[in-house]
Design a protein around this ligand. Structure first.
Ligand SMILES: C[S@@+](CC[C@H](N)C(=O)[O-])C[C@H]1O[C@@H](n2cnc3c(N)ncnc32)[C@H](O)[C@@H]1O
Length: 199
């Protein structure tokens, strides 16, 4: 419990959460943050690819999990987010584990060699199916695909889905139909898809 308390108190984490609230910027938040750290630690993740990193809030949790010498590859189309992430994650003492790639997330992932322990997807929702198609091929057996907002405030069960909702539905079905992965939707906050590569 001591480490949980430390997380609550860490000033840089509280600042990032304040920025999220003040700008209405959709960070994963504390509950999903703790969840992804637990998931990453549970598979001994050392190499994480983030698709859609914003100002580094989700990367903070992955960077904690991978430990000294681990790698978190962040991606975002907005260079201002990269700059903010560097500031926050330097102060959190984990910037040395992070490489931040500015540009389209899926294209940036293609430029990084090797497999990943985790591919985490949090880009614009219409991009989810392509992010899955590209990301699933890069995950080692025993690794995880994690994706936020897959319940989309319940819109995934409403009739007449819009473009983003249709894309999330397509994405979710693609994962469910892929026999290489066993998967579940964890109903924390806006729904987190967790898919474990088994073959
Ligand atoms: C939901 S926010 C990410 C929040 C972050 N994962 C967190 O929890 O701290 C989505 C971010 O992805 C970026 N983004 C959306 N679509 C993208 C794409 N196709 N390529 C690169 N960045 C993208 C946006 O600029 C935005 O910063």
């Amino acid at each position: 419990m001591a480490s949980l308390q430390a997380r609550h108190d860490e000033p840089v984490l509280l600042e990032m959460e304040r920025e999220g609230r003040e700008r209405d910027f959709p960070i994963i938040g504390r509950n999903v943050g703790v969840t992804v750290e637990v998931l990453a630690r549970s598979i001994g993740a050392r190499r994480v690819m983030e698709l859609g990193s914003g100002f580094g809030y989700s990367a903070y949790w992955f960077a904690r999990a991978v430990g000294e010498g681990g790698e978190v590859h962040c991606t975002d189309g907005d260079p201002d987010n990269a700059e903010k992430a560097e500031g926050y994650l330097t102060r959190a003492g984990v910037w040395g584990r992070v490489t931040y790639h500015v540009g389209d997330a899926v294209e940036q992932m293609a430029g990084v060699d090797g497999d990943f322990d985790i591919v985490y997807d949090d880009i614009d929702k219409h991009g989810y199916p392509d992010a899955w198609r590209a990301g699933c091929e890069r995950i080692r057996v025993g690794g995880l695909y994690i994706c936020d907002n897959v319940l989309w405030s319940g819109r995934v069960v409403e009739p007449d889905p819009d473009r983003n909702t249709s894309a999330i539905l397509e994405h979710n079905q693609l994962i469910a139909d892929d026999d290489r992965f066993v998967s579940t939707i964890v109903p924390t906050r806006d729904g987190v898809f967790v898919a474990l590569r088994v073959e």
